[in-house]
Design a protein around this ligand. Structure first.
Ligand code: HEM
Length: 146
């Protein structure tokens, strides 16, 4: 007696190729914007970060006379755009926006620290936090005066 009939072989091949297909169907990665928690989380992170640096005596000098709600909105829109949230950032380049303030390296690092703390307060995961900070890190050369 043959171990497999033709019908059972056809079934086996069809079944295994169907299950292989199902397993190899890879879901596209969600945007960083979505994984961060979208606009509510970005707005809360920017709110806390800017409140922190505009009140900390080591960083506050640049924020004198700056309309904080307008600045916060602009940064949220920039971060939304950079993380794949589909926003259109319409503000200045980082070089132009910070040229007059002559931002120091220490001030930049304090702002990044403030943002890291704010991301923790929003329970953003380590992977997402690092992805966002990695996007911001190269801006240092345009923001810090040299
Ligand atoms: C990764 C770090 C930073 C990012 C992503 C960032 C982003 C931005 C953005 C998007 C704007 C608005 C530009 C516009 O609307 O045209 C802005 C403006 C500004 N930033 Fe930053 N910034 C960073 C670091 C800093 C630091 C370290 C300071 C000071 C300690 C600072 C102080 C300011 C001030 C004072 C303005 C307002 C300038 C004005 O309205 O004349 N920023 N920043």
């Amino acid at each position: 007696m043959k171990p497999f009939t033709t019908a059972s072989l056809v079934f086996l091949v069809a079944f295994s190729s169907a299950s292989l297909n199902a397993c190899s169907r890879v879901k596209p990665e969600r945007s960083l914007y979505d994984r961060l928690g979208g606009n509510p989380v970005l707005a809360a992170v920017v709110d806390e970060t800017i409140d922190n640096v505009s009140q900390n005596p080591k960083t506050s000098r640049s924020f004198d006379g700056v309309k904080l709600p307008v600045l916060k909105e602009s940064i949220v829109s920039q971060l939304c755009s950079l993380t794949g949230g589909g926003c259109q950032y319409e503000g200045e380049t980082m070089e132009n926006a910070h040229a007059d303030a002559k931002i120091t390296n220490a001030e930049f690092e304090l702002m990044v620290d403030a943002m890291r703390t704010a991301l923790d307060h929003q329970h953003v995961g380590t992977r997402e936090k690092n992805e966002l900070l990695k996007i911001l890190a190269p801006m240092k050369r345009d923001i810090v005066a040299h």
